[in-house]
Ligand binder design. Sequence first.
Ligand SMILES: Cc1ncc(COP(=O)(O)O)c(C=O)c1O
Length: 398
Amino acid sequence: MIRLIKSTFYKEEETKKKLCNFISTAKQLSFGQECEKFERKFAKWQGRKYCIFLNSGSSANLAIIQALLNLGKIKKGDNVGFSALTWATNAMPLFQLGLNPIPIDIELDTLNVSSEKLSETLKKYPIRMLFLTNILGFCDDIDKIKKVCDQKNIILIEDNCESLGTIYKGKKLGNFGVASTFSFYVGHHMSTVEGGAVCTDSDQLATMLKLVRAHGWDRNLSEKRQVRIRNKFKVNSSFYSRYTFYDLGYNFRPTEINGFIGNLQIEYIDEIIKKRKANFIKIAIPIYSKTDKYYPIKFDHINFLSNFAIPVICKSQKVRDELVKRCDQKIEIRPVVGGDMTSQPFFYKYIKHLIFENHNAKLVHQQGLYLANNPELTEQEISEIIKIFTHNSHNSKK
Ligand SMILES: Cc1ncc(COP(=O)(O)O)c(C=O)c1O
């Protein structure tokens, strides 16, 4: 069986040995220096001023929305656009925090929202914020999406949990919006077992995210910022300052264990994404080009493609179902991320009255699947994947 995830870490043995040694000698395992070191390293690698390290990508999504609410940048009841094809915990924070979720359909050839789809949606629904997902390492014209957002005063936030390392028009995905979220879950590009982050260049947002991450208190702010916030709220006593809660927060802190692993794994990140890119080229090009049973996916507009799974969108449900059978016990497969969000029970439980036309997201939901792209795939496994996905295609291209 060719598994989606082969190991917990890149260079698993060596990483686990170092981890055992760290745990047995560390004085502190709750949030501390290792986490802060990882934040500096990741922010530098991503090319952002700040990284706020959290315990998952889902927490990162909830934290950024809460931070924007706390700062008054968005308010309850605002329309917020999001990619109809995404992961559930991209859309869920919008429901949980009282916003009005507006799904935006994707383009079939890039699997992502385009500036055109955004503009079509804006004709019907004005939005205050766009929570854009960069799906599976791909993107559409995100530079134009940003322009539309700038013109219309829409806050652009990227959910980059699936596209760490992709470069479009010379810029890393995750650097187009005001802030972007990341996941370091074991199946994603880089693993801290569980983990996530928000990156931003905004001092104000970074400060609020640190409050949101830990109880709404000021414990992890710089001394200068602590003085400022304590003066603002007239907290003069060092006794009460320890337990003063300034705004709405959670406990989304990662541990030193996650931080330590992050510091080890980030040293391999360029190697990991290069291997995944090479796998993608070896697998996807023959699969996409040898048969016309699948919709083509465009990626030649992307400078560097970085994904952790390879999507295949069949031209009919029958072809997809046959493929699912053919993969049984041989290749581990999944639906394309969370599929069309409006088809998910949590969505129609809460949004009953509105009808959205997410034709392409629905098609991907009904006719798509994805398979592994992990850095440990062997040449033999790659050949096996290609064989199964191009098998016996009576309508093969020459
Ligand atoms: C687009 C997207 N956003 C958010 C998440 C949530 O990340 P996590 O699993 O770290 O909570 C995922 C997870 O797969 C995802 O694909």
